[in-house]
Design a protein around this ligand. Structure first.
Ligand SMILES: Cc1cc2nc3c(=O)[nH]c(=O)nc-3n(C[C@H](O)[C@H](O)[C@H](O)COP(=O)(O)OP(=O)(O)OC[C@H]3O[C@@H](n4cnc5c(N)ncnc54)[C@H](O)[C@@H]3O)c2cc1C
Length: 316
């Protein structure tokens, strides 16, 4: 894919559009291996870290008007970026757009607002300090609040759907909108925001008041279970495949004798066969080849067709 402007011109034009009042950072030729948890992937032409909804809207409008491809990113914990990188502009919601604060309280429940770039772990830590229960099981998921809403992230039989009551977003045309309750369209690892060019900007969770020590104990317990069962010491993007109804991906992969299998630097985790890890020097192509090998072997041996949970982005 070609970009109509060269990278330097593109970055300068985007910075100018954002204006001198903006705190957004605009960087060029940023290796995506440094901005994603898998630690693979080539450079993004231009990488912008917005600090406000206006920045996000302006960057996306700039791309639309100039025919420049844009890619939205949170913490990069559910993606594999192509070795050739990402053409155009990556709009990455992170620390610059991560304010968390109190909302209304009613019927013993309290609301908390979080901007989309806030880490889910930071939101969970805030709620723990406030003595609010509901996010403990999700506290170890290494994504942003926006990415977690988009994917309806979940763990240990809990998911974002259980706590999210309202979400502010930009629609396909950049207009500010609000979704409440059912309008989130939550399902297993999906929401109404997936795939449609919508950008989650802020969400509100509603949680129950509880003893802060009990909440902290639960957070610690879920963290321990995660450390015991998942290969957190190596780069990855979490579970590679969506869970097929009534089956466990890890067990299916083990049945095929693929636990520990390697393609280049990518390896099916010897600790948890539902994960592929970067065991050292993996390329995005290694990860893709290994995923395809696992998918084909599982399909052939068990008849179960695995669907990827992680997303492939960039110039493949
Ligand atoms: C070690 C490890 C463990 C994990 N465990 C779990 C788990 O237990 N449960 C689970 O569900 N997931 C898990 N994951 C996967 C991942 O953390 C989640 O899917 C997370 O919600 C992704 O958030 P992110 O900000 O990193 O999104 P990214 O990976 O940056 O982006 C994912 C997708 O979301 C889009 N996106 C990001 N932000 C926004 C936004 N504000 N508005 C619209 N679209 C947006 C991106 O365009 C992209 O398509 C794990 C990952 C790792 C590495």
């Amino acid at each position: 894919m070609t970009v109509p402007l060269d990278v330097d011109t593109l970055a300068a034009a985007l910075a100018e559009r954002l204006g001198p009042g903006s705190l957004a950072q605009v960087e060029k030729r940023v290796p995506m291996s440094s901005r994603t948890t898998f630690r693979v992937g080539g450079p993004a032409d231009v990488f912008v870290s917005p600090s406000s909804v206006d920045d996000i809207a302006a960057a996306l409008r700039f791309c639309r008007e100039n025919g420049v491809p844009s890619t939205l990113l949170g913490n990069g914990s559910n993606v594999v970026v192509a070795d050739r990188g990402i053409r155009g502009v990556v709009v990455a919601l992170g620390d610059g757009f991560a304010r968390i604060g109190p909302g209304a309280s009613r019927d013993g429940m309290r609301e908390v607002h979080a901007e989309a770039g806030a880490r889910l772990s930071a939101l969970a830590a805030y709620c723990t300090r406030q003595g609010l229960s509901g996010l403990e099981a999700l506290s170890g998921i290494p994504g942003t609040v926006g990415g977690a809403v988009l994917m309806n992230a979940g763990a240990y039989d809990r998911c974002m759907q259980d706590v999210v009551v309202l979400t502010e977003y930009l629609d396909e045309d950049g207009a500010a909108c609000v979704a409440e309750g059912e309008a989130h369209g939550f399902g297993y690892r999906r929401s109404a925001f997936l795939g449609g060019g919508r950008v989650v900007t802020r969400t509100t969770v509603r949680l129950a008041a509880a003893d802060p020590r009990a909440v902290q104990d639960a957070v610690n317990d879920f963290g321990r279970r995660r450390r015991e069962s998942q290969p957190l010491e190596l780069p990855s993007a979490g579970s590679v495949f969506r869970r097929p109804p009534g089956r466990y991906v890890g067990r299916l992969v083990e049945e095929c004798g693929l636990k520990g299998a390697k393609e280049g630097g990518a390896q099916v985790s010897p600790k948890h066969a539902g994960f592929i890890v970067n065991a050292g020097g993996a390329t995005a192509e290694d990860v893709r080849r290994l995923m395809e090998r696992v998918r084909d072997a599982v399909s052939e041996r068990t008849g179960v067709r695995l669907e990827p949970e992680i997303l492939f982005i960039g110039e493949w």
